[in-house]
Write a protein that binds this ligand. Sequence first.
Ligand code: SF4
Ligand code: SF4
Length: 404
Amino acid sequence: MQQSDPLAPERTRTALSVDTKKTSHSSAARVIPIVQMSASEAEVARQMQICNACRYCEGFCAVFPAMTRRLEFGKADVNYLANLCHNCGACYHACQYAPPHEFGVNVPKAMAEVRLETYTEYAFPASFGALYKRNGLTLSVALAAGLALFLLLGTVLHGGLSSDVAPANFYAIFPHNLLAAMFGAVFLLAILALGLGVRRFWRDVSAGTASASAPAVAEAARNALTLKYLDGGHGDGCNEESDAFTLVRRRFHHLTFYGFMLCFAATAVATFYHYAFGLEAPYPFLSVPVLLGTAGGIGLIAGPAGLLWLNLKRVPERGDARQRPMDRGFIALLLLTSASGLALLGLRTTSAMPSLLAIHLGIVMALFATLPYGKFAHGIFRSAALLKSSIEKRQRNTLSLGSD
Ligand code: SF4
Ligand code: SF4
């Protein structure tokens, strides 16, 4: 095995060209292309070699068991491990080699820096990803404001702001088919961009991985939906600003995710009502779409507000400061979406409805358009990494050195 100096973070390394260890599903040697690593990737590889000798954090999350299956860390391994990391902070707070120790081990920070590169590298098209990561908050708010203004102008030009619009009659302002075409197109483009990006990521990181079995898929889905690895490995949660464990980050993530899914379900049910039963909005307050949307909107206020609070007081050494605009941009869009949606629901029978509708639609459009180029991508890439982890742990560990 090629040895490398774990105290040389600045040195750029390359992946092994050939892994001659046999996998459980194939007797052929696994050929890994020689790929130049960035400084951030080389730093993760350096730290993983130290962690691989230490292994104190083996029970904290999926990263360390995956690490023990490797002796060297190439570019694909590093990208995989970085997206498997949930940035819970447990290993940083536990580490005896964290700065000011000369080993300078800070796994959450090193992984976060590589994740940002992953999003940029795999974004489709790549130039969009780079732009958003430089100007996350500015771009999100500017895009939301611009789209809201555009829709507001369109409304004014077509007389939609006149006071004789029937109460809560959204489709008198924007025809249903126009909205379905606009939002359907942007949403499908966002899904396509995310899908193409994660497909390229999967192709790069899944070399030597067996096909996904049903149990592996089920386990990965469960781990993703429950955010298993935000429990610190012991169930008491992450570290935020101190060594104390807390589950607040997991709770706020759940409120955000399930709030988003409830809003999505509300839209799906409303679409079904429209096309299947000819039932057009507005729907009564106690109808299924409005109840789902209200519950989702409340979740999308509470969750992102909590995540913003945690983001503002986060220990700076533990993360990647370059990602703050991206994080806050996405959180701001979620908060604006839910706040404008709930305001529209509450004021839908008043003269403010046309303006609020235009503003809400503009913000939702901005959210959809930026989904593949911001923080939302982490959920997709992390799910792919969790799937690889669940597949890999079912394969025989040919090293037989770790406890996995
Ligand atoms: S983070 Fe520190 S304590 Fe944990 S395995 Fe790595 S070197 Fe050991
Ligand atoms: S920060 Fe948390 S999830 Fe990431 S490697 Fe450390 S213990 Fe694992």
